[in-house]
Design a protein around this ligand. Structure first.
Ligand code: NDP
Length: 450
């Protein structure tokens, strides 16, 4: 029997911390956890969950327009941002409760307060000094705001979910996941949206065809996507914001949001006392099992800056639990992780981009298909779906699959199983399609692209 108060102490109960704490406790280990802000972390409170609800909310304007071709005469009477935010907040509060119960039912002692690390086996929680055998840091990440004059007038993804009124003129800075998602959300809800991206093409790191397709589709939807430009100063005049751009132009806005990346949360809880190795990106350095440079201290999720995705944090939590509590050393597997950008239209991707695949495999067979989603054959909406399969020519293994179009996330999740299993193009070919779906295109593409 250990002489410590607990076998495991977890700092931060987001997706990863909660899973690790619950699973460890299920083995009979004595587990405690501390959380100073939101139960459920970024994903539940200011990330995936509320974002997806807002994406749903933003779709109705197009759906009502599209309904006409299907015989419906519908009229939009208005849009009430406050009602949507209130309903969203009710759902988040319910989920906070679910997290509290999950931990409680698992027998995890939860301290809903700040925890301060004293040393590798000691944590201060309020006026209690607690000792622990193992320490798991799962403090997540935080939006990064660049330093420029007037940045205090801008919001990040933390505040945008709680805006008191709907911003009719919305500016979003960034060309990644969050910027695209919010450009689509605000556009769908009726705002005039400008998206500012400093580089040449949005979605750096994604497949080239995906990047081009998304840029073209969001522009068709009326988002003023400006590339190769940045904001250098923000001024506030009587509640209205003025963004001054590096190309000499100015934009008047009700809200300017920065979606310029997220950084690991390593400050403010005594981490420096441990002297852990920190990476160039300011993340806690861990090995393949999520162990830090101290053998009883572990870190998972966004604080390690490996892949800032909820299911990845959960996977890392499970690998930690298996390794430390089941005696089954389990390295984290970061290969072929699918992801989606809930832009409009959305993106789904798994495996390598064409650019990465060329570097890794040399000769490739590329299958590409672009078509109008069936729904829009009646509505006449000018929207294109892109599907792309990247195959290593020699082995015929499918090494990357990408899609831009309705339900891309749902479709790619299924395809990701095949890719993870090492499916070949011939495996795709001998799979029968489901007709009529968009997804069947993935098993019927026969001609390689030029
Ligand atoms: P991303 O890293 O995806 O994108 C950041 C964007 O901001 C890039 O376009 C980057 O440009 C730009 N940028 C960075 N610094 C500056 C600056 N100083 N001035 C102007 N532009 C700048 O980060 P996000 O904030 O969108 O999201 C953070 C992470 O959260 C994602 O990487 C993802 O892991 C996760 N996430 C996942 C979601 C999902 O799964 N659907 C949804 C939301 C977030 P450049 O390309 O030139 O570097």
């Amino acid at each position: 029997m250990s002489t410590y108060d607990y076998d495991l102490f977890v700092i931060g109960v987001g997706s990863g911390g909660t899973r690790a704490a619950r699973m460890a406790a299920s083995t009979g280990a004595r587990v405690a956890a501390a959380e100073s802000s939101w139960l459920g972390g970024t994903c539940v409170n200011v990330g995936c969950v509320p974002k997806k609800l807002l994406v749903y909310g933003s779709h109705f304007s197009e759906d009502v327009e599209d309904a006409k071709a299907y015989g419906w005469d519908l009229k939009i009477e208005g849009f009430d941002w406050s009602r949507l935010i209130e309903n969203k907040n009710t759902e988040i509060a319910r989920l906070n409760g679910v997290y509290r119960r999950l931990l409680d039912n698992a027998g995890v002692e939860l301290f809903e307060t700040h925890a301060e690390i004293i040393d590798r086996h000691t944590v201060q929680v309020g006026d209690r000094t607690i000792t622990t055998d193992k320490l798991l840091i799962a403090t997540g990440g935080w939006p990064t705001m660049p330093d420029l004059p007037g940045i205090e007038h801008a919001v990040s993804s933390n505040e945008v979910f709680y805006l008191e009124s709907f911003p009719k003129r919305f500016v979003v800075v960034g060309g990644g996941y969050i910027a695209l998602e919010f450009a689509g959300i605000m556009k769908g809800m009726g705002a005039e949206v400008t998206q500012i991206y400093r580089g040449e093409q949005i979605l750096r790191g994604f497949d080239g065809d995906v990047r081009e397709t998304v840029a073209s589709e969001v522009r068709k939807k009326g988002i003023d996507l400006r590339t190769g430009v940045n904001i250098w100063e923000i001024e506030k005049h009587d509640g209205t914001l003025l963004a001054k751009l590096t190309d000499g132009t100015e934009i008047v806005a009700d809200c300017i949001m920065y979606a310029t990346g997220r950084h690991p949360r390593i400050d403010g809880f005594g981490l420096e006392k441990l002297g852990l190795e920190i990476t160039k990106q300011g993340a806690i350095k861990v090995d393949d099992y999520s162990r830090t440079s101290l053998d009883n201290v572990w870190a998972i999720g966004d604080v390690t800056h490996r892949m800032a995705l909820t299911p990845v944090a959960i996977h890392e939590a499970m690998a930690f639990y298996r390794t430390e509590f089941l005696g089954d050393p389990t390295p984290v597997d970061h290969a072929d992780i699918p992801s989606a950008v809930f832009s409009q239209p959305p993106v789904g991707s798994v495996g390598l981009t064409e650019e990465q695949a060329r570097e890794a495999h040399g000769e490739l067979d590329i299958y590409r298909s672009t078509f109008t989603p069936m729904k829009h054959t009646l509505t006449g909406r000018d929207e294109k779906t892109l599907m792309k399969i990247i195959v290593d020519q020699k082995s015929q293994k499918v090494v990357g699959v990408h899609m831009v179009g309705p339900d891309a996330g749902e479709i790619i999740q299924g395809i990701a199983i095949a890719v993870k299993m090492g499916a070949t193009k011939q495996d795709f070919d001998r799979t029968i399609g489901i007709h009529p779906t968009a997804a069947e295109e993935f098993v019927t593409m026969r001609e390689t692209a030029a």
